[in-house]
Ligand binder design. Structure first.
Ligand code: CA
Length: 240
C-alpha cells in the first residue's frame, strides 16, 4: 500500500508543487485536491509558463501535462534538468502510450499518471516521489539490530520478524527516533497516545512490558532500558 499514514508525518505538508496543465478544468480539479491535502500549488497553463515558474521558485515536485501549448511537458523537463532544476517530476499524460512514457522517463521524469486518474492515486504517487527525494526521511529506522520499516509497518530484530500492534509500533517508533536519549512517560503519552489521555495511568509501563517481551528476547542483548527518574531509553548498552 502506498497510502500509508505512518509515512505522512515524515513529509512536511507545507510543500510547494508546480502543476502545469492546459485544460483549466483538470488543472483546477487537481489544484483543489492538492490544496485540500495542505500542499501549496502554483498552476501554469502552458510549457513556457511552467519553465518560468520553475526557474523563479523552488518546488518540491512538478506535475506536468505532456500535451501543452508552446512547449510540451517532455521538453519542459529536458530544459529544467539541463538547468539543474532537479525537483521530482510526475507526468500527467492523456495517452496510454508506452513510447511517451519512455520518452518522459528518459527526459528525467520520475513517474507518470495516465488520465483520467484519481486524486487519491496522484497523492500516493506524489508522496512516493517526495519520499524518494528525501533520503533523510528513509522508510527504515534502526537501532542496533532492531529495524522498523515505516512504510510496510514491519519490525525485525536481526532476521527475526516481530509482530507488533499499531500502538506498540508507534511506541517503538517514538523510542527509536529519540534514541539514544531517554524519553519521559509524559512525552510518550503525548506523542503515542492522544495528548489528553489521562497520564496518571500505568499504560506506558504496560506497553513497555509488552514491547520488551517481543523485542528483548533472552537470546539477545536488551535494547529497552529503564532510566530511573526519567523514563525509558532504547539503545544498545546499559545506561550508566
Ligand atoms: Ca493537455
Amino acid at each position: 500500500m502506498v497510502n500509508c499514514p505512518a509515512t505522512d508525518y515524515v513529509l512536511n505538508k507545507s510543500m510547494r508543487i508546480l502543476l502545469a496543465e492546459d485544460e483549466r478544468k483538470v488543472a483546477e480539479h487537481v489544484r483543489a485536491g492538492l490544496a485540500a491535502e495542505g500542499y501549496a500549488v502554483d498552476v501554469a497553463h502552458d510549457g513556457d509558463e511552467a519553465i518560468w515558474l520553475a526557474e523563479s521558485n523552488t518546488y518540491d515536485a512538478l506535475l506536468l501535462d505532456i500535451g501543452m501549448p508552446h512547449k510540451d511537458g517532455i521538453t519542459v523537463v529536458r530544459l529544467l534538468r539541463r538547468k539543474q532544476i532537479l525537483a521530482p517530476v510526475i507526468f500527467l499524460t492523456a495517452r496510454d502510450d508506452i513510447e511517451d512514457k519512455v520518452r518522459g522517463l528518459d527526459a528525467g521524469a520520475d513517474d507518470y499518471l495516465t488520465k483520467p486518474f484519481s486524486i487519491a492515486e496522484l497523492l500516493a504517487r506524489l508522496r512516493a516521489v517526495l519520499r524518494r527525494q528525501r533520503p533523510q526521511t528513509t522508510n527504515v529506522i534502526r537501532v542496533a539490530d532492531l529495524e522498523l520499516d515505516l512504510l510496510s509497518h514491519e519490525a525485525k530484530r536481526g532476521e527475526e520478524k516481530i509482530e507488533l500492534t499499531p500502538r506498540e509500533f508507534s511506541l517503538l517508533e517514538f523510542l527509536i527516533n529519540a534514541s539514544p536519549k531517554p524519553v519521559s512517560k509524559t512525552s510518550i503519552i503525548e506523542h503515542v497516545w492522544d495528548q489528553h489521555f489521562d497520564s496518571e495511568t500505568n499504560v506506558v509501563n504496560v506497553y513497555i512490558k509488552l514491547l520488551r517481551r517481543k523485542i528483548d528476547l533472552p537470546s539477545r542483548p536488551p535494547l529497552i532500558h529503564t532510566v530511573r527518574g526519567v523514563g525509558f531509553a532504547l539503545r544498545e548498552e546499559e545506561p550508566a
